[in-house]
Design a protein around this ligand. Structure first.
Ligand code: ZN
Length: 313
């Protein structure tokens, strides 16, 4: 048996089957927390938000007994650390960590006033595996969530891969293939916006204009905000405008952009505002109100964009 296999075997003997807890929730289930979670997730189900007997979204399960930002559990929780096994794997060189699966089962809905606590069991530490990330093992944790009457409300099975990262990918790359050229992320072209992107490919900056009230609008949208008409046509911008605001991104440098990457908000002469890249002027020289002109440039295959340059102060 190799040294690595022996080390994992020892960890298995020490941790597998050990059930630790309880870990208490900091607060009882409350409508405020449910509302905040739903607002953050974009959840609008009335069963969570409006009904007098509203329940908490089941997928909030794990959140009730989270540690705080300093790593502390709520009062009366055990001081045993569920993740001690992951720390030991770190010290053996398995410093890479990826959560590879997370399955939850729900036994009953949680509702306002429930006070949750959880227990955690390390179910398995796998044999040594060769993975694309490096050599490592899978650690499976099983967490159970109970209410204040010790009724099981839900459980979760979480699998982590702990691995020894392979040699720096930089070294590997220089010895093998050159870096693949990174392109821009293509914009979403749908029924409502295709005209705009196609217009740019044809060398035109197109602005939508309401057929009923002639209000111009950008970015593309199906309905006029002024008169709610769905009828529209386009006009071609002369590509001149004035800088309304700008930002310069210096860091982190992400391909394929040049840095500093200057993004401007331009009030086009036709009366709409557009966000785009500005070239040819260092950020410290830019002033709000500078006149600019857009040139339409094919930045990669099938993608053309308006790129602005300062024309006059
Ligand atoms: Zn209109």
């Amino acid at each position: 048996m190799s040294e690595s296999h022996k080390e994992l075997d020892l960890l298995r003997q020490k941790f597998v089957g050990q059930r630790v807890g309880p870990y208490y929730a900091w607060n009882k289930v409350s409508r405020t927390q449910v509302w905040q979670w739903c607002a953050a997730m974009g959840e609008t189900n009335p069963n969570y938000l409006q009904k007098s007997d509203a329940v908490a979204p089941p997928t909030m399960l794990q959140s009730w007994t989270f540690r705080d930002v300093h790593g502390n559990y709520a009062p009366d929780s055990t001081d045993k650390n569920t993740y001690e096994v992951l720390g030991e794997l770190d010290s053996l060189g398995y410093v890479g960590s990826v959560a590879v699966s997370y399955d939850q089962s729900y036994h009953r809905y949680l509702k306002e006033g429930d006070h949750v606590h959880s227990f955690s069991t390390i179910k398995d530490i796998s044999d040594l595996k060769s993975t694309g990330l490096g050599e490592g093992c899978f650690v499976t944790e099983f967490a159970e969530y109970f209410d204040h009457d010790d009724q099981l409300c839900g459980d979760a099975t979480i699998t982590y891969l702990k691995y020894k990262p392979q040699q720096s990918s930089k070294t590997n790359r220089s010895e093998t293939a050159p870096l693949k050229k990174v392109g821009r992320i293509s914009p979403v072209e749908n029924h409502d916006s295709k005209h705009f992107w196609q217009g740019l490919r044809d060398g035109k900056l197109l602005i939508q204009e309401c057929s009923e009230c002639q209000t111009k609008r950008h970015p593309p949208q199906p309905m006029c905000e002024t008169c709610q008409s769905l009828e529209w046509q386009t006009i071609e911008s002369n590509c001149f405008g004035t800088i309304y605001s700008y930002t310069a991104i210096h860091y982190p440098e992400i391909p394929p952009f040049d840095y500093p990457n200057v993004i401007v908000l331009v009030d086009l002469d036709e009366g709409v505002r557009i966000a785009a890249q500005l070239e040819g002027t260092q950020p410290e020289k830019i002033e709000i109100g500078d006149r600019v002109q857009a040139h339409i440039k094919e930045v990669q295959d099938g993608l053309a964009l308006p790129i602005f340059k300062v024309t006059a102060k």
